[in-house]
Every structure is written in structure tokens, then in C-alpha cells.
Design a protein around this ligand. Structure first.
Ligand SMILES: N[C@@H](CCC(=O)N[C@@H](CS)C(=O)NCC(=O)O)C(=O)O
Ligand SMILES: [Fe+2]
Length: 350
């Protein structure tokens, strides 16, 4: 598994990047538009293909990067249907499962902070948005919030989870990063040891100032974050169709002279096992323009990785840079090995 917690200091928003190790499909929970270049760079550095952006709710304090990420990576965007938002690809409801690679995320409706607030349960952790914060909870005095609904969501839905489950909220304003269901049951200042009436009274008397960007953020997020600046083109995934061949077809092709086979996995993966004759160009160091300066645009170039995800990404970049005969290998080194074709192991110079 791949898991990274990210932070936007201006809005104190915590964004989460989760990916499947085996095929490199990823999701981002609550991405922030000002951080979109950071996120796209991370995806690229780790060779990840973004499958979904997931909102925990329509945020009032920052604009989502959903639309910008969709433009840059082809990801699908998702939000709960009870947010009554437009411009998202998928409208989620309680119980919906989000699949990426071999991983799955369960959508749990946790209304209260907003009617469309959800939490996402993945493995041993739950992403609670602003429903349950560390030591606190989201406010309920705007966006049709309901303290009654929030009490039920926290005490009956989230607190029904195993106490060991880790709690990852959408914000923390005091530098805290993770808690657990057990800790929140025992120590949450607004809920622990409180009756429902006490909670409702606390929520009624918070008297917080409105988020500074609420009038910009809510309308933008109700449209999926459309209209935000695009990601710098050098980082965005080029939208170029890429053709593929099977491992067997590659074996045939490699018999011809002048064929290049680029393996875009990490040096560690390359050393462990590789297709005989492959050259290692890790995806995070791929520089299509520099390659084009050394090679001919008409050279046949085959691109391979472990399973066929990163190679599509790399092949699209090579095509966009001007290489005319770029093909990627379906199923990658896995498919080649399963087909019993010749492999090499150890340092490339050996
Ligand atoms: N000061 C922040 C707003 C903080 C805020 O109101 N956050 C909301 C989440 S959107 C909240 O529910 N806060 C709960 C709390 O502060 O107890 C800003 O101007 O953006
Ligand atoms: Fe919020």
C-alpha cells in the first residue's frame, strides 16, 4: 500500500494520497487547488495513475483541485450526491465502494457538518472530513448544517467502528495529524462524556467567524472546482492515444535491429528482474526532449514497466514530445515473465 498525508498551510487542509502498489492506481481525498502542482508532481514521481478525486464534502474554506486534476490526469471526480453539486463524474451515496487497483474504499454517509458530508473507510483508517476532527468536530452553522445529524453520525456511525481504526480528518488547526476512534471516544472535547443535549448546546454557542473564503469556495466547489487555473502543461499528462503490444509481440519486435526498449520502473525493480535488453529510464527521470535529441523521432520505441500502468503514462509523454513510433507493453514485465520469455537480473552492467 502507498499512503501519504499532505497539508495545505493556508487552509489547514489535510489531503490524502492512497495508491495500490501492484498496479499504481491512486485516489486523492480532498485535494486543494493551490496544491495541484504538488499533487501532480507526486503522482508522477511515484508513477501513479490517478483514478479518482474524492471529496468528503463541499468545502467552505478552500477550492477543490478536483477539476484541475481531472484535466491534468484524466481522473474521475466524486462527491456525495447529497451535496447537490454539479460537474462531478460520480455522485456517491452511503455504502458505495470506490475501487482502485486491488484496493477498495467504503463510503459512509456522515451528514451534519453539511448534508452531503461523508467519511471514507479504507483498510485500518477512516477519512472523516469535517465530521470528526481531532478533539473536535465540524461546525454546523452554515451550508445547511445540522448538529442533530452530526451527533448521530459521530456517535452511531463513526463510533461504531473498531476503536483501533485511525482517524484522519480534513483539517487540523493545531498541528495534529492522526487520532483513533478509541481516542476520540474517550477524549473528544465536544463529544466524550457529553449527552446529546450538551453537544447541541455547545454547537449552538460556538460563535465562530465565517471562513474567510466561503463566498468563493462554496460556489466553486458546487461546480467541482471548474474554472481554476490549469496545471502547468509540463506536468500534466499529455492526452495522446498510445498503442500497446503483448509480451509475445514485443519478443518478435525485439528481433529487428534498432528497436529501443525503455523500462520505466525504479532501478530497484529493474535490478530484481527485467526483460533482457531493456534500458532503465525511471519514470521520474524520464526527459522525452533529451531523449529526442539523442535519438530519431522515427526510431521504434517500446516502453515497459511492471504491469502496464506507468508505461502508458511514459509512452504518452514520448508521443507528445515527438516520437512517432512509441508502443507500450500490455501487462509489463509481469506478462513477459509469465510468458517464459528471457529475463535478466542484477546490476545492468553485470
Ligand atoms: N478560519 C478558517 C475557517 C475555519 C472553519 O470554520 N473551519 C470549519 C471547517 S470548513 C469548521 O468546521 N471548523 C470547526 C472548528 O473550528 O471547530 C478559515 O477562515 O478558512
Ligand atoms: Fe468543511
Amino acid at each position: 500500500m502507498f499512503f501519504k498525508q499532505l497539508f495545505d498551510p493556508a487552509s489547514s487542509t489535510l489531503t490524502y494520497l492512497i495508491a495500490d502498489d501492484s498496479n499504481h492506481e491512486a485516489v486523492l481525498i480532498d485535494p486543494v487547488t493551490e496544491q495541484v502542482e504538488r499533487d501532480v508532481r507526486l503522482l508522477r514521481e511515484h508513477g501513479l495513475a490517478l483514478k479518482y478525486t474524492l471529496e468528503t464534502h463541499v468545502h467552505a474554506d478552500h477550492v477543490t483541485a478536483a477539476h484541475a486534476l481531472k484535466q491534468a490526469t484524466g481522473a474521475q471526480t466524486a462527491v456525495c450526491r447529497d451535496c447537490n453539486a454539479q460537474g462531478y463524474d460520480r455522485l456517491l451515496k452511503d455504502g458505495d465502494v470506490i475501487l482502485f487497483g486491488h484496493e477498495e474504499i467504503l463510503t459512509i454517509a456522515t451528514p451534519g457538518h453539511t448534508p452531503g458530508s461523508v467519511s471514507y473507510l479504507w483498510r485500518d483508517r477512516v477519512f472523516t472530513g469535517d465530521t470528526l476532527l481531532i478533539g473536535g468536530c465540524g461546525r454546523t452553522d452554515f451550508q445547511n448544517g445540522s448538529a442533530e445529524a452530526l451527533w448521530t453520525s459521530i456517535t452511531e456511525k463513526l463510533f461504531a467502528l473498531d476503536e483501533q481504526i485511525l482517524v484522519y480528518p480534513a483539517h487540523d488547526y493545531k498541528g495534529r495529524r492522526v487520532s483513533s476512534i478509541g481516542e476520540e471516544k474517550r477524549f473528544n472535547a465536544r463529544v466524550a462524556g457529553k449527552t446529546r443535549e450538551e453537544f447541541l448546546s455547545v454547537m449552538k454557542n460556538l460563535n465562530l467567524p465565517m471562513p474567510a473564503r466561503i463566498h468563493e469556495a462554496v460556489p466553486a466547489n458546487l461546480e467541482g472546482g471548474a474554472g481554476q487555473p490549469a496545471v502547468a502543461s509540463a506536468l500534466a499528462q499529455p492526452k495522446v492515444a498510445v498503442q500497446s503490444v503483448s509480451a509475445k509481440q514485443l519478443a518478435e519486435a525485439l528481433r529487428a535491429p534498432g528497436v529501443h526498449l525503455l523500462d520505466v520502473r525504479t532501478p530497484e525493480e529493474f535490478e530484481a528482474i527485467r526483460i533482457a535488453g531493456a534500458v532503465n529510464v525511471p519514470l521520474d527521470r524520464l526527459d522525452p526532449a533529451a531523449l529526442l535529441a539523442r535519438m530519431d523521432a522515427n526510431d521504434p520505441v517500446y516502453v515497459v514497466c511492471q504491469t502496464g500502468t506507468r508505461s502508458q503514462f511514459a509512452a504518452a509523454e514520448l508521443r507528445a514530445a515527438g516520437f512517432r513510433r512509441v508502443v507500450h507493453v500490455d501487462g509489463g514485465t509481469n506478462a513477459w515473465t509469465v510468458a517464459g520469455l528471457p529475463v535478466a537480473r542484477g546490476p545492468a552492467s553485470a
